[in-house]
Write a protein that binds this ligand. Structure first.
Ligand code: AMP
Ligand code: ZN
Length: 665
C-alpha cells in the first residue's frame, strides 16, 4: 500500500515538473491551468496525509511560506566577478587585441543579451537545487533559497544531470508584462508604484515572506555554468546542456567567429531589444573555449575572457513647457515636467518625472529650458541635464510649489524626507480616495463590490469623505449614482457589513497610519491588544516594542494627536468595526515563550509548520530562520535538514520534538 502511495507521489511530482517546464520555460503548455491545479491539489493532499514522503523540492513547495528574518551570509565558492564595459566597435577591437596577445589560436566568441535584473548563484547537487545566493559584493552574498524556489521556471530537480554537482549563474528578472501588472494592482490599491523592473526583481529576493515572492511573476535566465567537469570544452556547449536539463537559457545566444560578427549581433539587438518581453541593457561577449578562458583568467575585478557591450541609453533634447505637481495617494508630491512632445525609444514622450525638490535644485531646471530626456530602466523617462547655452535670458529660478495643487493646503517637508507632503489627509481629494481605496483593498478590510472608481464616484457625490463614512451608506443613497444597478448597490452594502468582522490587526493596517504596514500592524495589535491602548501610548512605550523604531512611533503619536482621526476612529468603533483583538485570539495568547528565539525545521504532524510558528509568536516567542548562538530552541519535525541538526548540536542548542514543544505551551 505505502509503496503505491509513494509511487503515486513521485509520479505526480514528475508530471507536474514537466508541466511547469512546458508552461514556464517552453511557453507551450499541454494542459489547462485548471487541470494543472487539480493535479497539484491531488499531490498536496497525498503529501499532507503522508508526511514521511516530504521533499523540499516538490512542486508543492513553490508557493512559499518560509519566513526569513535575516538572510544568512554565504561565502561564494567561486567569486562572482563583475564585467568590464565597452561602448563602441573600437572598444571591442581593443579588447580583442588584448586577448590575442595571450592566445595565439583563433578565438570564437559567444554573444548573449545582458539581462537586466539581479544576479544569482545556484548550487545543484545530485540534480537538485540546494542553495541560491545573491551576488552581494562578489565574495559573499545572501542565502535567498526559500525565495528563489518560488520561481516557477527554475527547475528544483533536473530532468537529467549533466554533471554531478555544479553551480549555475543567472539573472532573476521581472518581465515587463508582469511588472506592469504588478504596478497596476498597486495603483489600484492606492500604493506607490515601483520605479523599474530591475530594482523590483532584486527587492523581491530580499522579501522576508517567501509566499509574497511566490506571487511575483519573476523569471530566471541562466548564463553561466561553473563546474570542474572536463567533459565539456565550450561555454555554448555547457549552456546547451543546462538547457537540456530544464534550465531557461534564452535562444538569443549566438556564436561569432570574429568581432565583426559580434558587432552584427550588437546592432541587430540594439533594434530588436524593444520587442523583447524583458529589459536588456547590452550584450555580453565571451570567449567560447573553456581552455582559452582558463588561459586568459581574471583581472582584479573581471574576467579577461568576457566583456559587456552597453547599448546607448536613448536621449533626446526638448523644451520644458511647464512644471506641474502631482499628489499621490499618501499625500506625497511629485513634480512633473511637461515637455514639448519628442520621440524616444519608440514612443512619444510628453512628461518626465522630476522626482523631488532637490533634483530640480541640483540640475537647476527651469521652465523654458531645453532639457535632455533619457529613457533608461525606468518606465517614466527622466531629465538628466539642461542645455544651459540655450537658456532664455529672462528665465527665472524654479520655485517649488508651496501649496497642494488639489486642496491648496500648505505643503510640508519633514527633515530627512526627500518629498514634500500635503498634510490635509482627510480633505485632499486624491488622498481621500487613496485612503479609502487602501481601506477597502483585499489585504485590509476586503470590501467586495467596491472598487477604486466607485470610491471616486462616492467622493464626487459627497457621500464619503473618509472611511468611517462608508458605514453610514444606505442602498438608497447609492442607487441614484451613475450606472449603479440594484445588485451592485446591494453587494457594496453587504461587503461593508461583512468588513465589521475583519480582525483588529487588519483594521489597524487599513487605517493607513504612515509607516504602519501589514507586519507592523500585526506586531502592534498583538502588543497593545486594542486601539485605545495603542493611541494612548507614548513614543517611549512604542519604541520599547520589538522592531518599532522612532519613525513609526512618531507617526503613530501624530495620528493619535489628530482630532479628525480620533473622531473617525470613534465612529468606526460605534459602527462595530473590530478595534480590539477578539476573545479567541486573546485566549490563545500568553507570554510563556517571552524572550525565547525558536528555529523551526522539518515536517510536523499535529500542526502545520505555519501553525507552529504562529503558536510561538502567539505565546510571545520569536521565530528565526537560522540557528545561531542566540537560538533558545530548535523545534525539529521529521526530516529536519542535516546541516541544521549539525549546527544545533555544535552550538549546543536544545532540540525539541513536536510533542515536547506543545507541552511547553
Ligand atoms: P556589471 O554588474 O555591470 O558588472 O555586470 C555584470 C553582471 O551582468 C553580472 O553579475 C550578471 O548579473 C549580469 N549579466 C546579465 N546577463 C549576463 C550574461 N548573459 N552573461 C553574464 N553576465 C550577465
Ligand atoms: Zn492636498
Amino acid at each position: 500500500m505505502s509503496q503505491s502511495v509513494e509511487n503515486k507521489i513521485h509520479e505526480l511530482r514528475e508530471t507536474l515538473r514537466q508541466h511547469n517546464h512546458n508552461y514556464y520555460v517552453n511557453d507551450a503548455p499541454t494542459i489547462s491551468d485548471f487541470e494543472f491545479d487539480m493535479l497539484l491539489k491531488e499531490l498536496e493532499g497525498l503529501e499532507s496525509a503522508n508526511p514521511e514522503f516530504y521533499d523540499k523540492n516538490s512542486p508543492t513547495q513553490r508557493v512559499g511560506g518560509d519566513v526569513t528574518k535575516n538572510f544568512e551570509t554565504v561565502v561564494h565558492n567561486n567569486r562572482m566577478y563583475s564585467l568590464d564595459n565597452s561602448y563602441s566597435l573600437e572598444d571591442l577591437l581593443d579588447w580583442e587585441k588584448r586577448i590575442q596577445k595571450i592566445i595565439e589560436a583563433p578565438i570564437e566568441y559567444t554573444c548573449e543579451l545582458k539581462y537586466d535584473g539581479a544576479s544569482i548563484n545556484l548550487t545543484y547537487e545530485k540534480g537538485e537545487l540546494v542553495k541560491a545566493v545573491t551576488r552581494g559584493d562578489g565574495f559573499q552574498g545572501d542565502d535567498v533559497t526559500a525565495n528563489v524556489k518560488t520561481i516557477r521556471s527554475l527547475p528544483l530537480k533536473l530532468k537529467n544531470e549533466f554533471v554531478d554537482s555544479f553551480e549555475i549563474r543567472g539573472e532573476i528578472i521581472l518581465p515587463l508584462e508582469g511588472f506592469n501588472k504588478m504596478n497596476k494592482q498597486r495603483a489600484d490599491a492606492g500604493e506607490e508604484v515601483y520605479a523599474n523592473p530591475r530594482n523590483t526583481a532584486s527587492g523581491s529576493l530580499k522579501l522576508q515572506d517567501s509566499a509574497e515572492v511566490a506571487k511575483r511573476p519573476l523569471d530566471c535566465l541562466l548564463y553561466q555554468v561553473v563546474s570542474n567537469s572536463t567533459k565539456y570544452n565550450s561555454h555554448a556547449q555547457l549552456l546547451q546542456k543546462a538547457k537540456d536539463s530544464g534550465f531557461k537559457v534564452p535562444d538569443t545566444i549566438r556564436i561569432a567567429k570574429s568581432i565583426s560578427e559580434v558587432f552584427d549581433f550588437v546592432n541587430e539587438w540594439d533594434e530588436k531589444r524593444h520587442d523583447l518581453p524583458y529589459e536588456t541593457d547590452g550584450v555580453v561577449i565571451k570567449v567560447n573555449s573553456i581552455s582559452q578562458q582558463e588561459e586568459l583568467g581574471y583581472t582584479s575585478k573581471a574576467p579577461r575572457w568576457a566583456i559587456a557591450y552597453k547599448f546607448k541609453t536613448e536621449q533626446q533634447s526638448t523644451l520644458l513647457n511647464e512644471i506641474t505637481y502631482q499628489v499621490g495617494r499618501t499625500g506625497a508630491i511629485t513634480p512633473v515636467a511637461n515637455l514639448e512632445p519628442v520621440q524616444l525609444g519608440g514612443t512619444t514622450v510628453r512628461r518626465a518625472s522630476l522626482h523631488n525638490a532637490d533634483q530640480i535644485e541640483k540640475l537647476d531646471i527651469r521652465v523654458g529650458d531645453t532639457v535632455l530626456v533619457e529613457k533608461g530602466g525606468e518606465i517614466i523617462p527622466k531629465i538628466v541635464g539642461v542645455a544651459l547655452e540655450k537658456r532664455p535670458n529672462n528665465s527665472s529660478k524654479t520655485e517649488y510649489a508651496k501649496n497642494c495643487p488639489e486642496c491648496n493646503t500648505e505643503l510640508i517637508r519633514k527633515e530627512g524626507d526627500a518629498k514634500h507632503y500635503c498634510p490635509n489627509e482627510f480633505g485632499c481629494p486624491t488622498q481621500i480616495t487613496g485612503r479609502i481605496q487602501h481601506f477597502i483593498s483585499r489585504k485590509t478590510m476586503d470590501i467586495e463590490g467596491l472598487g477604486g472608481e466607485t470610491v471616486d464616484l462616492l467622493r464626487k457625490n459627497g457621500l464619503v469623505k473618509n472611511y468611517a463614512d462608508l458605514y453610514d451608506l444606505k442602498k438608497e443613497m447609492l442607487l441614484p449614482l451613475d450606472r449603479m444597478a440594484e445588485k451592485s448597490a446591494q453587494n457594496i452594502i453587504e461587503g461593508i457589513e461583512k468588513s465589521k468582522k475583519i480582525p483588529f490587526e487588519k483594521v489597524l493596517f487599513a487605517l493607513g497610519i504612515r509607516f504602519v504596514g501589514e507586519t507592523v500592524a500585526k506586531k502592534l495589535a498583538r502588543h497593545f491588544k486594542n486601539i485605545d491602548a495603542l493611541l494612548a501610548s507614548s513614543i517611549d512605550e512604542l519604541i520599547a516594542v520589538d522592531e518599532i523604531g522612532e519613525r513609526i512611533a512618531d507617526s503613530i503619536v501624530a495620528f493619535a494627536n489628530d482630532n479628525i482621526t480620533t473622531s473617525i476612529i470613534e465612529r468606526l468603533k460605534e459602527n462595530g468595526v473590530q478595534l480590539e483583538l477578539s476573545e479567541a485570539v486573546l485566549e490563545n495568547q500568553t507570554d510563556k515563550l517571552k524572550g525565547k528565539i525558536f528555529v523551526v525545521s522539518g515536517v510536523f504532524h499535529q500542526v502545520s509548520r505555519n501553525e507552529l510558528k504562529k503558536l510561538i509568536e502567539d505565546n510571545g516567542g520569536k521565530v528565526s530562520s537560522s540557528i545561531s548562538k542566540k537560538t533558545s530552541f530548535v523545534v525539529a519535525g521529521e526530516n529536519m535538514g542535516p546541516s541544521k541538526l549539525e549546527k544545533a548540536t555544535n552550538l549546543e542548542v536544545p532540540i525539541l520534538n513536536e510533542d515536547e514543544f506543545l507541552a511547553l505551551i
